[in-house]
Design a protein. Structure first.
Ligand code: FRU
Length: 548
């Protein structure tokens, strides 16, 4: 009797405590497009859970604001219309009652018009972005997937965000493509179109876009696949995931960022995967079963591997292998093994990281186009990071050997309108001409300088050294650079200035770099050439259109 009583009491206490825990939950019947959630960076992260009919729909970490929101994030809940979501949160739950649904994102009216929103670079509406993922052209659309934390402007909850474009310049952000699952969070990867249905995912005329990506958990990183039959809008994860689990082989958790492409001569798929101390090559006939082939040490994260014509000559090609820093080796590749012939070299430095090139660009176009993550912040904004300008990569023979060059794709020209053009000016005259173009907004300045002494010269913007060429040490903004003709005393720079970033292309893309724009607001000098008696041989100024 006593034990039954005790059991009853126990059950009652349990039910009561469950009710207490549940009392803080909120339930919302979805009849709008978005759920808006308040965030404050000062709050510690808690786990939020959406439950529908007793089943977990998603879980993520968020710093729910208990007082005034610092900024708002959102969930697109269009697919959940008519359903009731129970939302629970194990952090400070005071903010729960401020979550609300609406057909507009909180802040929609000022979207893309915010003070520090880049005007000609892709940024996410809300949250943190890092690596570009799954860059692919398919049926008239360029796809940009990207590492995204939709719920905060710092790294967490890794998901694949998604945007599409007709020209790689104007982007439309779409709902999240891949969200964390019970294997872990969605790390970087790539996409292909399975024209021959090798994986068996195609349905009739609908070809599968197949994504290969890393899923990260606390103790390992495994490779997985998912496919989309509607041009990347919705995704089905393969039920045989993971397809590669190589932690034990490498005795390391660092096995990630699969980059897959079709190797035409051998008629098979190739995956290049970063494993611990370098890039591995795997082969597959069906995108599901992969066999390890070879390994090239000396690279970290985000591999890429592709073939390029040398000097535009289709009878002369080289393969290029890159890591996350964009340092590279050139060499040969037979489908199984990369044999380096030179390297490592750099062609771009600064805020760029984890760049990737597009897959499936039509042969008639034939360009190798790269987009890199710009590690750039935007003061006071509810988003972080950006994508740098897409650039075309080419191999050219230089005095030092075959080297990579990169220049903004021709599609970017639509953004710029020439507003001033001069030749052979003194620095003083050039500075006078530039006065009326001083701006906190975007501008492009193209110039060629001739130095009179082998010392330093350059161009500032409100005190920030956009170009600082030191010919004594052969440094540009601190990085070694020697022009093709070292005795010319000349240097050219094409400088793209957005509200928060600066990208500079030296000598037609022989070297380029990017940085956060950090103009000193008290420095009224504006655009300003400096150096010992330099000549501004060429100067062009362009106004910039917004892509939004
Ligand atoms: C590079 C990286 C990748 C990884 C991703 C996680 O920036 O560390 O190696 O897949 O970011 O967000």
């Amino acid at each position: 009797m006593k034990t039954i009583f005790k059991m009853m009491l126990g059950i009652c206490t349990l039910v009561a405590s469950l009710q207490v825990a549940a009392a803080a939950d909120i339930a919302i019947k979805i009849n709008k497009r978005y759920l808006n959630l308040p965030v404050a960076q000062t709050q510690t992260r808690g786990n939020m859970k959406f439950v529908i009919n007793g089943k977990q729909e998603r879980t993520f970490k968020i710093r729910l604001a208990k007082g005034e929101a610092e900024y708002w994030v959102y969930c697109d809940v269009t697919a959940l219309r008519g359903k009731t979501i129970t939302i629970s949160y194990d952090g400070d739950e005071a903010g729960l009652k401020k979550i609300y649904q609406n057909d507009e994102i909180e802040g929609q009216k000022t979207m893309y018009k915010e003070l520090n929103r880049p005007q000609f670079h892709f940024t996410a509406k809300r949250g943190w972005i890092n690596d570009p993922n799954g860059l692919i052209f398919y049926e008239g659309e360029y796809h940009l997937f990207f590492q995204h934390n939709p719920y905060e402007k710092e790294w967490e909850n890794m998901s694949w965000g998604h945007a599409v474009s007709k020209d790689m310049i104007h982007w439309e952000e779409l709902p999240t493509a891949l969200s964390p699952d019970n294997l872990g969070t969605m790390y970087s990867g790539s996409t292909v179109i399975d024209y021959d249905n090798t994986a068996g995912f195609n349905k009739g005329k609908n070809l599968a876009m197949v994504a290969t990506y890393t899923v990260a958990s606390d103790d390992k990183q495994v490779q997985c696949v998912a496919y989309s039959l509607d041009k990347g809008r919705t995704w089905t994860k393969y039920d045989g995931n993971p397809i590669i689990d190589s932690k034990e082989k490498w005795n390391s958790v660092d096995t990630r960022d699969p980059r897959v492409f079709w190797y035409k001569p051998g008629k098979h798929w190739v995956m290049i995967l970063n494993e611990r101390d370098g890039h591995s090559i795997y082969n597959s006939s069906n995108l599901k079963e992969w066999s390890f082939q070879t390994h090239t040490t000396g690279f970290w994260e985000c591999p890429d591997l592709f073939e390029l014509f040398v000097d535009g000559d289709s009878s002369k090609t080289k393969w290029v292998m890159l890591g996350a820093s964009n340092t590279y080796m050139t060499g040969n590749f037979d489908g199984r093994k990369f044999t380096p012939e030179s390297g490592k070299h750099y062609f771009v430095t600064g805020s760029i990281y984890a760049a990737q090139t597009f897959t499936n660009i039509p042969e008639a176009d034939g360009r190798r186009i790269q987009i890199g993550w710009g590690k750039i912040g935007h003061a006071g904004m509810p988003f972080n990071g950006m994508m740098l300008l897409p650039t075309e990569l080419t191999l050219k023979t230089t005095r030092d050997g075959i080297r990579l060059f990169s220049e903004p794709i021709k599609e970017s020209n639509q953004l710029f309108e020439s507003v001033g053009e001069w030749k052979n000016l003194t620095a003083k005259d050039a500075n006078e001409k530039l006065k009326k173009y001083n701006t906190n907004d975007g501008i492009r300045v193209k110039t060629k300088l001739k130095l009179s002494h082998a010392t330093s010269a350059g161009l500032n913007l409100f005190g920030q050294r956009m170009l600082d060429y030191d010919m004594n040490y052969n440094l540009i903004n601190g990085v070694f650079y020697a022009p093709e003709d070292m005795t010319s005393m000349e240097i050219s720079a094409d400088i793209y200035v957005d509200r928060t970033s600066i990208e500079v292309f030296i000598d037609s893309g022989a070297y380029s770099y990017s940085m956060e724009r950090k103009s000193d607001s008290k420095n009224m000098e504006g655009l300003h050439f400096w150096g010992n008696n330099i000549e501004v041989k060429e100067l062009q100024v362009y106004s910039v259109k917004s892509i939004w």
